[in-house]
Design a protein around this ligand. Sequence first.
Ligand code: COA
Length: 144
Amino acid sequence: MVKFISGEDVLAIRNEVLREGRLQLHECVFPGDDLPGAFHLGYFREEKLVGVVSFHPQIYKAYAGRGYQLRGMATLPAYQGKGLGTQLVNFATVYLKGQGVNYMWCNARKVAVSFYQNSGFEVISDEFQIAGIGPHYVMYLKIQ
Ligand SMILES: CC(C)(COP(=O)(O)OP(=O)(O)OC[C@H]1O[C@@H](n2cnc3c(N)ncnc32)[C@H](O)[C@@H]1OP(=O)(O)O)[C@@H](O)C(=O)NCCC(=O)NCCS
């Protein structure tokens, strides 16, 4: 089940899945986590939080309309590949459509490109590197 959660609630899974548990929780906060309009979603399996994603209001370059950046998409390893991440993205898409938002975008890890493509995102950039993490592409999903 998908629920809205706080910016603090996402930090432990962000650290474990996206930073290999190397950081302190406060170092896993992203600028924008507390922006007005930002929100965080969690996937719960039997009351255990097992997947997270965050959304910040943020246009992409000159793309027209209201945009949100998807950030910190992470499912605990034991729960990956079971459709939970897709449900988180689908929930956000329906919610943002209701809010009148036009599109979402993200900096997708190369290994996660097929995951986003399965949810309808398309690649809109050349490959680029994020220091310490690896190759990425900007990906875009039109909502309305
Ligand atoms: C990418 C990730 C968020 C997807 O979440 P999920 O709950 O596993 O997603 P789903 O089960 O809905 O979708 C699975 C699809 O994601 C893709 N995928 C990418 N990495 C994967 C992984 N490590 N395990 C399973 N699927 C993965 C596959 O295309 C898979 O599709 P398939 O089952 O048809 O092969 C999750 O695997 C994860 O946390 N990976 C490590 C962190 C990461 O790379 N985050 C994205 C940062 S941009």
